[in-house]
Design a protein around this ligand. Structure first.
Ligand SMILES: Nc1ncnc2c1ncn2[C@@H]1O[C@H](COP(=O)(O)OP(=O)(O)O)[C@@H](O)[C@H]1O
Ligand SMILES: [Mg+2]
Length: 259
């Protein structure tokens, strides 16, 4: 282990289900932590690039992405971009990442590529948030190896807990074999509609399952949160006093308290 001047908290924002609020949480939690003067790095490893476009970063042909870092050994400092959010930097995704899994399958140290990419720069940050793809493939395994802990967004809907045992099994396997420090940092309920009894039932179920890992802050369903990415802005910029912005600011405070 190298002697770091700063030990960032590296969180994998993870849930193998799509559409549960991973990218929304990565972007807006990062923006909220940045507002609180924390230095944040967002690492987008989802080929869909929703965190990348969420910060208004347009990927053009030839621009560097995480793909070049993990497959072509390009250094993170060459790939790194500043975002339009205060104190938030980004390692952007690109569609080429969709081809990374088969390429990684035959690569040396295939599970450690992302960790090795981040190692030289992570000391510059208080928080690193890795926005994971909706699968448990090699890219996600790379995130589990690079991360210290998991941040699991759970949508307040039916079947919220479905599939999570698979994620937790994968976490345990990685913990035993590759990354002993790995653990759950927190679970955040997303898209919560307080008018429905279903949402409350799901929240109770999730709190029963994950007990005090679940953040008190619940992210409400909010149109502004869904609109912000089409303007390439976090909700803190797009609709600074909206309930979604307020919720992510509250979540950021809770995250900082837990560190
Ligand atoms: N709290 C919320 N309220 C309303 N819409 C949301 C909320 N969180 C996410 N969304 C929307 O739901 C969709 C899926 O969210 P996203 O963060 O992309 O999920 P994931 O990254 O897990 O696939 C997106 O269109 C996003 O804008
Ligand atoms: Mg996503």
């Amino acid at each position: 282990m190298t002697n770091h001047p700063k030990n960032p908290l590296v969180l994998a924002v993870i849930n193998q289900k799509g559409g549960v609020g991973k990218s929304t949480t990565a972007v807006n939690l990062a923006a909220a932590l940045g507002e609180l003067k924390k230095n944040v790095l967002v690492v987008d490893i989802d080929p869909q690039g929703n965190a990348t476009s969420g910060f208004g970063v347009e990927k053009t042909a030839g621009s560097l992405s995480v793909y070049d870092g993990i497959i072509n050994d390009i250094s993170a400092s060459e790939i790194l971009l500043h975002t339009n959010s205060m104190n938030v930097d980004l390692l952007p995704a690109a569609i080429e990442l969709a081809g990374a899994e088969p390429e990684l399958a035959t690569a040396i140290a295939r599970e450690a590529r992302l960790r090795d990419l981040l190692e030289p720069i992570d000391v510059n940050y208080d928080f690193v948030l890795i926005d994971c793809p909706p699968s448990l493939g090699l890219l996600t395994i790379n995130a589990l190896m690079a991360a210290n802990q998991l941040l699991i967004p759970i949508q307040s809907e039916f079947y919220a807990l479905e599939g999570l045992s698979k994620l937790l099994d994968t976490m345990r396997l990685v913990k035993v074999r590759l990354n002993q420090s790995l653990d759950i940092f927190g679970v955040v309920l997303t898209m919560f509609d307080k008018r429905t009894t279903l949402a409350k039932q799901v929240a109770d179920e999730v709190r029963e399952y994950f007990s005090d890992k679940v953040f008190e802050t619940v992210i409400p369903r909010s149109v502004k949160l869904a609109e912000a990415p089409s303007y390439g802005q976090s909700v803190l910029q797009y609709a600074s006093s909206s309930k979604g912005a307020i919720a992510y600011r509250e979540l950021a405070k809770e995250v900082i308290k837990r560190v």
